[in-house]
Design a protein around this ligand. Structure first.
Ligand code: FES
Length: 250
């Protein structure tokens, strides 16, 4: 894997999170997905869609263009594309050149997320989206909440690398969410053709600082720490700490 060279190694035929569902609205939302500029928006009937983010005429960013009904009108010379990617209007001429189409990506809303398939649309199989039960989204007694979108100025491989090796919690995050036991405790692993799961179960272990911020409990605790990597690009982390409610800071 190291050293990295230029290029993208992520498989295109797979489901990736393009945005939280609540981010996709009437306004045009620009994102880069696997080095492809994409625009997301919600049609008048509420359906979320994703199309190519550059105009085929002079490559103007369509995310900086204008909604006209359910279509996007390029802000440079006015060529207009519908939500399926077809060109519907070219100013000052009746003939619409065949090359004036843009990609329309399969997009599915499931859980908190809008999932995009950047590869061949004919292969987009919704059953390959990570199972919401597997990622903990539909666990009884839990409430799912979207936090925030955070852009990382770095290669995605490094983020995968970071999340697949949580021993770093004991060092890089020793002053917040980790303790030396995150590195010292052996990891158990499980894998199938959909995901890799790692867990560290720590009994009678040190409290990470984050527990001290939230409770007045001073003894050793039990913790479970782990990560599920759902191919090709979704990580679901688990950090389980059990402390009696009577110790919670109000
Ligand atoms: S660049 Fe979009 S219409 Fe010319």
């Amino acid at each position: 894997m190291y050293p990295f060279t230029d290029g993208s190694y992520a498989p295109k035929n797979g489901w990736y999170v393009a945005a939280f569902c609540h981010e996709v609205g009437e306004e045009l939302l620009s994102r880069w997905i696997l080095n492809q500029p994409v625009v997301l928006y919600r049609k008048a009937d509420g359906t979320a869609v994703a199309v190519q983010g550059r105009c085929p005429h002079r490559h103007f960013p369509l995310g900086a263009s204008k909604r006209v009904g359910d279509a996007i009108q390029c802000a440079y010379h006015g060529i207009t594309f519908d939500a399926a990617g077809a060109c519907t209007f070219v100013p000052s001429q009746e003939r619409i050149p065949g090359v004036y189409t843009i990609k329309a990506y399969p997009l599915v809303e499931r859980g908190l997320w809008a999932w995009i398939w950047p590869g061949d649309p004919a292969l987009a199989d919704e059953s390959l989206i990570p199972d919401m039960g597997d990622i903990g989204y539909s666990l009884p007694g839990y409430h799912a909440r979207a936090l925030f979108y955070h852009r990382v100025e770095g290669r995605y491989q490094l983020l995968n690398d970071n999340l697949l090796d949580l021993s770093h919690l004991g060092y890089l995050h020793h002053s917040s969410i980790g303790t030396p036991d995150d590195a010292a405790t052996p990891e158990t692993r499980e894998a199938n053709d959909r995901f890799i799961r790692s867990r560290r179960i720590m009994r009678n272990t040190l409290r990470p600082a984050v527990v001290d911020w939230q409770t007045d409990f001073e003894g050793p605790i039990d913790r479970v720490s782990g990560m599920d990597f759902h191919f090709p690009g979704f990580h679901a982390g688990i950090a389980d700490v059990l402390v009696a409610e009577s110790h919670a800071r109000r």
